[in-house]
Write a protein that binds this ligand. Sequence first.
Ligand code: PEP
Length: 258
Amino acid sequence: MGSEKSVRRVKALVAGNWKMNGLKESKREIRRLAKKLDTGGKPKCDVLICPPATLIGLLREEAKGTGIAIGGQDCHAKASGAHTGDIAAAMLRDAGADYVIVGHSERRTDHHETDEMVKAKAEAAWEADLVAIICVGETGDERKAGETLAVVGRQVTGSVPEGAMPKNMIIAYEPVWAIGTGLTPTAEDVAVAHGHIRSLLTERFPETGKAFRILYGGSVKPGNAAELMAVPNVNGALVGGASLTADDFYGIISAAYL
Ligand code: PEP
């Protein structure tokens, strides 16, 4: 009971991942979201938007004084150098980011990122004073083979660096088969996966394991957000498609008013 309570007290984070979407005009969604947050009452969760890197500076300006934080979607593991097309964590920080997503399944698939690479990116994020949101999650085939917990456990163990603390690292559990598909695991399945991640964190970081935020991601919408965020050890959401419009994203943020 005591431990359940302390897990529950972790402040939720609702984070939007805009992926490769958004132009300068998208700043109006920030304005619209800020208005909703202003009139709807102070959210019980932290709110973050991770736009494409080209928009970080602009959205940071737009979000000033609104409580909406801005983050990046990926960073290179190195601080600088000959890596055409890549972006360093310090550049994200310099542009106005406070967080960065690393190890998203689209990066793991499209760019063949390994746990070792994700771990190095999380360390690079810390060097630049960014909070690293480390994504993990099983594919549909792995789920069908009954390997969900083994895969997620291996990713958490391999991707989370030794220096992880609740203030510098967040886990996002995102079943790959649920991303952008409209499918979601049952609340029971989410509870099992998040419970497993929580126990790995508490085993490895006995002092702080209960205080890490573990977000659920994968087809979160205004209509299912309350149920998903009420699951034990779910401390918020990482949202793709439904974060692109202020209306939907606010609907999800409101569900964290539990
Ligand atoms: C994501 O890509 O992180 C994600 C959760 O996407 P969606 O919400 O669209 O499933």
